[in-house]
Design a protein around this ligand. Structure first.
Ligand code: PLP
Length: 403
């Protein structure tokens, strides 16, 4: 059909799945092999060890299984809880909402702390609620580290301090689906008990792996947890993983891809990965300022370094911007979800990404906004981001020269 082809690359700027680097695509292009062979653990055992570095843990135990982030949520909860257990969860976006919903479907009794969308977990409110819980009925706190729907990052260290200040023994469950591997995440230092992520964002892989890290305290609660679980039973997985095997047929290409992704992160250096995400996010925020628009995140302390949710002015629809970007410019932007549907569009700036790639997306967003009538100055966002990157690079070069 003439005209059906869309030449050039699709610009994938949703906040996950992210671009899979060619190197990882090649690493996943493998023939199938026997996953019970004596050689197989040579592939798998290092994956668990390397993944621990991404969680920044020595104490935690990592499990990697076929799923997406949602399955990792389920696995973390069902392996450590019993129906009727009380949990405390701040809700400030679609993903914190969905995790609460999943917990409730497993019969867990979730006390929800409503926070305005565009803000995040409030450590003071959490501390207050925990202090009031004299009998320690609350068994766990669920916090989404990076709320992908609103572009908000919560302060997990502050949540841990609040828990400690209240002297409360609840487990700290953290969703790091859109932060782990992109934004500094310190499992041990922050006293996280269960951290969960998926493969398709910071890890630069296709969707298909759920990854959970459990603290010794969380592992100790597994025997008493009576929520129904079978495929996601972590005990089965840990038993098989100990020898480098799995209690089912593993997703081989994804495991090879993960090996490559971990190698790439180690070559770049985790600190540099975080710094790169910070620079890319700051450049995006400079563009948003230059457009005269606002982020959904209400204050700088909530700014996410992996996704910017950009409010469109009254009288315009974010969905129109996204539609125009997709059809006219082959650019995929993230949609506004649920409460913020139509009110914003999102630029995902995470994974295997550099400044010029991001400038393409900023330029496409700018053109799409102008096409639907949003009055932004042509080139303003691109110029502001360029200037930000130039200055950031200048500072980095000066640092290197001084070393
Ligand atoms: N948590 C967060 C913060 C997410 O962004 C997502 C998906 O985007 C999920 C959980 C759900 O993960 P998945 O779609 O991989 O099941």
């Amino acid at each position: 059909m003439a005209g059906a082809r869309r030449p050039g690359r699709n610009f994938l700027f949703v906040p996950g799945p992210t671009n899979v680097p060619d190197r990882i695509l090649r690493a996943m292009h493998i023939p199938m092999e026997d996953h019970r062979s004596p050689d197989f653990p040579k592939l798998t055992i290092p994956l668990f060890e390397e993944m621990k570095k991404v969680f920044q843990t020595k104490e935690g135990q990592v499990v990697i299984f076929p799923s997406s982030g949602t399955g990792a949520w389920e696995s973390a909860l069902t392996n450590t809880r019993a129906p009727g257990d009380k949990l405390l969860a701040p809700r400030f976006g679609q993903f914190s909402h969905l995790w609460i919903d999943l917990a409730r479907r497993h019969g867990l009794d979730v006390i929800v702390q409503e926070e305005e969308w565009g803000t995040g977990a409030d450590p003071d409110r959490i501390e207050e609620e925990l202090r009031a819980d004299k009998n320690h009925e609350i068994k766990g706190i669920l916090v989404v580290h990076n709320e992908t729907a609103t572009g908000v990052t919560s302060d997990i260290a502050a949540v841990r301090r609040a828990m400690d200040a209240a002297g409360h023994p609840a487990l700290l469950y953290v969703d790091g689906v859109s932060s782990i591997g992109s934004i500094d995440f310190r499992f041990d230092e922050w006293g996280v008990d269960l951290a969960i992520t998926g493969s398709q964002k910071g890890m630069m892989l296709p969707a298909g792996l759920g990854i959970v890290c459990a603290s010794p305290k969380a592992l100790a609660q597994m025997d008493d947890a009576t929520c129904t679980r079978a495929y996601f039973n972590l005990a089965d997985q840990f038993n098989a993983n100990a020898g480098g095997y799995f209690p089912y047929t593993p997703a081989l290409p994804l495991l090879y891809g993960l090996r490559e992704s971990l190698a790439m992160m180690s070559e770049e250096g985790l600190e540099n990965v975080f710094a790169r995400h910070r620079t890319l996010a700051s450049g995006t925020r400079a563009a948003v300022d230059a457009w005269g628009l606002l982020l959904c995140a209400k204050a700088p302390k909530w700014h996410s370094d992996t996704v910017s949710a950009i409010m469109v002015p009254d009288g315009f629809s974010g969905a129109d911007v996204i539609e125009r970007a997709y059809r006219r410019y082959n650019l995929a932007l993230g949609a506004g979800l649920s409460e913020v549907a139509g009110k914003l569009f999102r630029i995902g700036h995470l994974g295997d990404l550099n400044e010029l790639m991001l400038l393409g997306a900023i330029s496409g967003a700018e053109m799409s906004m102008r096409d639907v009538g949003i009055p932004v100055e042509p080139g303003s966002g691109v110029a502001a981001a360029q200037e930000y990157f130039r200055n950031a690079n200048g500072a980095a070069e000066q640092r290197l020269a001084a070393e």
